[in-house]
Ligand binder design. Sequence first.
Ligand SMILES: [Zn+2]
Length: 210
Amino acid sequence: MINNDKILVLAPHTDDGELGCGGSIAKFIESGKDVYYVAFSLCRKSLGEGLAPDTLEKEVKAATLVLGISQKNLHLYDYDVRNFYANRQEILEDMVRLKKEINPTLVLTPCSTDLHQDHQVIHNESLRAFKDVSIIGYELPWNNLSIKTNFFIKLEERHVMRKVEALKEYKSQSHRPYCNENFLRSLATARGVQTGAAFAEAYEVLKFIS
Ligand SMILES: [Zn+2]
């Protein structure tokens, strides 16, 4: 069994963590685990016209609060969206500092088949920074041509609903098809069918340390 007492969620952009593992986060918190959430970009350059530059900063604070994450466990960086490759070394150094500071026992990161350039950087650097920690990769199907689903976290209805409620805090992103409640419930249902549970979230095991 993976030791998951201290969990670190790595989100390239605000909302990736909620989308990929929001139900699992709700379940972890419910069972008293210590969950840390790190977002590496506030995506100021991809916000819709007329929105304040700190829109996503406010939204990620509200969304993680809905999931039950302590605000002292929320770390926000402000790298330029779509430009993570240029900041690869700084991002790695941030992760090394986070490892020292938090000392997590389980890290959640984008899966290995994620096509988004920023997500690829977070995936790659997390494998470097957390060499001696268990790591699982979360799915974001609109960015995955394929995903190896060999690890599942079973969820109850209330965990899925908590994820849906958290994502409703991202009002600036509500037009995205993947923020739609039907989609979120359908994916959790499909992953549940794979595991014999009502709902689940699927992951790719990247490193398993027992
Ligand atoms: Zn993203």
